[in-house]
Design a protein around this ligand. Structure first.
Ligand code: ADP
Ligand code: MG
Length: 260
């Protein structure tokens, strides 16, 4: 599997159809006295790729974890496909099945084969039978370039292969949207390209994605919208060419000067 090189114009071709898959309104999150998110607004439309950039500690992971209620918001509202997750009557487990999440640390089950990693939630949560779950798992392993690794154990894979297996696991649940939290930050540099290549392919297929990343080149080429966070707020957002190429805010300029 190698990274597909595509022109900017071909990738960020504005596939969004207008409906909001994710809507975050005035999100606040505190841990004790520490205010981490201080009123974040964000929306991701169907088919849109939104990249979140910003310094360490700015609240990016907390934002992503709040979107699928791995963290309970202290205030504000979160809607996924129009269903309000922050409504006390919401069936969170049902709503969550539509949200795929990929973490920095791949979080594969170490004691299960790659295939079993991909089928367990399909069978337990979606109640798919074994044959169907394995068919879908193999199709998604093929999609991420790991068709020959179904029977391998996670420890036998490289970091890049483990992360691609984690992506295939999330895809096997047929999510409406994929959340990625710095999916390449734990990888050796030579393995980053394959994972970004898979993500680029998903974007081209029209997958709705919310991606926290330090890969500025990826954000610039693949994102429809880039959002710069600092100190628990969205400082600046817009077209990647503007936010990364010609940032308006001093804090964005200073951050980019450090990372580019
Ligand atoms: P980022 O992903 O942008 O690096 P995080 O969302 O991980 O930022 O963290 C933002 C701030 O929230 C940091 O100061 C971090 O220490 C704090 N934080 C994150 N999770 C917790 C937690 N579970 N308990 C206490 N503080 C936390
Ligand atoms: Mg983080």
């Amino acid at each position: 599997m190698s990274e597909a090189k595509t022109d900017d114009a071909n990738v960020a071709d504005h596939r969004a159809d207008g409906s909001k898959v994710i809507e975050v309104l005035d999100l606040h999150k505190s841990f004790g006295d520490l205010q981490v998110l201080k009123g974040v607004d964000l929306s991701v439309r169907r088919g849109e790729v939104v990249c979140v950039i910003g310094p360490s500690g700015s609240g990016k992971s907390t934002l992503l974890r709040c979107v699928n209620l791995l963290e309970e918001p202290s205030g504000g509202r979160i809607l996924v496909n129009g269903t309000e997750l922050t409504d006390p009557d919401c069936d969170i487990d049902a709503a969550r099945t539509g949200i795929g999440m990929v973490f920095q640390q791949f979080n594969l089950f170490a004691h299960l084969s790659v295939l079993d990693n991909l089928t367990i939630a399909q069978r337990k949560v979606l109640r798919r039978d074994k044959t169907e779950a394995e068919r879908i798992a193999r199709a998604n392993l093929d999609r991420v370039g790991l068709a020959d690794k179904a029977s391998a154990m996670p420890a036998q894979l490289s970091g890049g292969q483990q992360q691609r297996a984690a992506i295939a696991r999330a895809l096997s649940m047929n999510p409406d949207v994929m959340l990625f939290d710095e999916p390449t930050s734990a990888l050796d540099p030579e393995l980053v390209g394959d994972v970004l290549g898979v993500m680029r392919g998903l974007a081209e297929e029209g997958m709705t994605m919310l991606v926290v990343t330090h890969e500025m080149q990826f954000a610039r080429e693949v994102a429809d919208t880039v959002l710069f966070m600092d100190g628990g707020v969205v400082v600046e957002q817009g077209d990647p060419a503007q936010v990364i190429g010609a940032p308006r805010e001093t804090r964005t300029q200073e951050f980019l000067a450090r990372v580019l």
